[in-house]
Design a protein around this ligand. Structure first.
Ligand SMILES: Cc1ncc(COP(=O)(O)O)c(C=O)c1O
Length: 382
């Protein structure tokens, strides 16, 4: 057994990040201070979006986006079944029904024809997921969605820095969510953000993040003095701290290098695994696109025992993972929404064959070569 554990994902923190956090700790406000807006403005500018609202997780940010979109009881929200449960849970939090869709085998993202078919008179929003960092065809989704008055909330937890047809992810959807969990491209420990171009979403996102409370004079129904604020809606405490935003701001300066490194690692895996006839490497987006490679998901071909291969890699201290158990297979979704195994065959086949290999900016060439060598040494029993 190799002694050094190589995870599938991991943060990269340098001395500049540490200095930024230490400075934030010395500042007078460690939450609700200036670093939050500074980080928001920097991410909005990076993506080419007008507004950004930071949350204390990607999950709470998605919850905020559902609120901002006006999703409520009786509504339906369409998303891909091949995602982390949080994408669908956001609709459930608002009392809406999550309508899951199968994936396109060409990119593992929501199948667009299936999405169109799933639209009903109750559909309020769609949450396309940029699975693994592959940027979905957001223009095609927006066109269909807007013909049906749906709000598009792109779940780009995997896709900060990705580019679709020359535009950065975050610049086109009605709202776009990013996650700053440590395995993501940049981290704030825990954290998330919504970027958008419309002021009405921006205001609702801010209100929801902080108890539904406002001090904005234009929004108040009365004003009894300088202390005065109003709780106008039921919101939450989903605020992120200045300490976290100082880390995020410092990390953002390195994002381009991180994405370049992830693409370099992906190109090396693609080349090294091309000759392995029982493995399928992940698809590359067409045209003027950039994959963000949050994950590097390979598929084993028919007849190869995924569990045995997975166990072999884990025994070699290679921290592979499987992304994801389809949402409709979880007991909660079966029990509460009537889904069952067999509902989405493409996603289920993908799930049965998928393994995510180590992919993170600080993965060294030597560690990646060790992962590759272990794969090349493996002889599947077929
Ligand atoms: C596709 C997707 N959506 C949403 C989330 C939730 O983000 P967070 O962990 O920041 O709450 C994740 C987290 O891994 C994710 O992978």
């Amino acid at each position: 057994m190799a002694d050094k554990f190589i995870p599938y994902g991991c943060q990269y923190i340098d001395d500049d990040d540490i200095a930024a956090v230490v400075q934030a700790l010395r500042d007078p406000l460690i939450t609700q201070g200036p670093m939050v807006e500074k980080f928001e403005a920097a991410v909005a500018e990076y993506c080419g979006a007008r507004y950004a609202v930071a949350y204390n997780s990607g999950t709470s940010a998605l919850h905020g986006a559902m609120y901002a979109a006006g999703v409520g009881p009786g509504d339906e929200v369409i998303t891909s079944t091949m995602t982390f449960a949080a994408s669908a849970n956001a609709a459930v939090y608002m009392g809406a029904r999550p309508v899951l869709g199968d994936i396109d085998p060409k990119n593992y993202c929501l199948d667009i024809a299936g999405f169109k078919k799933a639209i009903s008179g109750k559909t309020k929003a769609v949450i396309p997921v940029d699975y693994a960092g592959y940027p979905v065809d957001i223009a095609a989704i927006m066109e269909i969605a807007h013909d049906h008055n749906l709000v598009v909330v792109e779940d780009a937890a995997h896709a900060l820095g990705a580019i679709r047809n020359g535009s950065r992810v975050g610049s086109q959807a009605d709202m776009t969510m990013f996650s700053f969990h440590p395995v993501k491209h940049i981290t704030t420990g825990e954290g998330g953000m919504i970027v958008c171009n419309e002021e009405r979403y921006y205001h609702r996102l801010k209100l929801f993040r902080s108890h539904g409370i406002t001090r904005d004079e234009e929004m108040l129904t009365a004003n009894e003095g300088p202390w005065y604020y109003e709780m106008q809606e039921l919101g939450y405490n989903y605020r992120i701290t200045d300490i976290q935003c100082a880390l995020g701001f410092s990390q953002l300066k390195k994002l381009e290098t991180f994405i370049e490194r992830r693409n370099e690692l992906a190109a090396h895996y693609d080349k090294a695994l091309a000759a392995v006839d029982w493995i399928e490497v992940p698809p590359r987006p067409p045209g003027e696109c950039r994959h963000a490679y949050h994950l590097y998901p390979i598929m084993v071909k028919d007849g190869v025992d995924r569990k045995e291969f997975f166990t072999y890699l884990r025994a070699a201290s290679i921290g592979v993972q499987v992304h994801y158990i389809p949402v409709h297979c979880h007991p909660f979704y079966r029990r509460c929404f009537g889904y069952s195994a067999g509902d989405f065959p493409v996603a289920e086949t993908f799930y049965a064959k998928e393994i995510s290999l180590p992919m993170f900016a600080s993965l060294s060439d030597a560690d990646q070569d060790s992962v590759i060598q272990h794969i090349l040494n493996y002889r599947p029993a077929v």
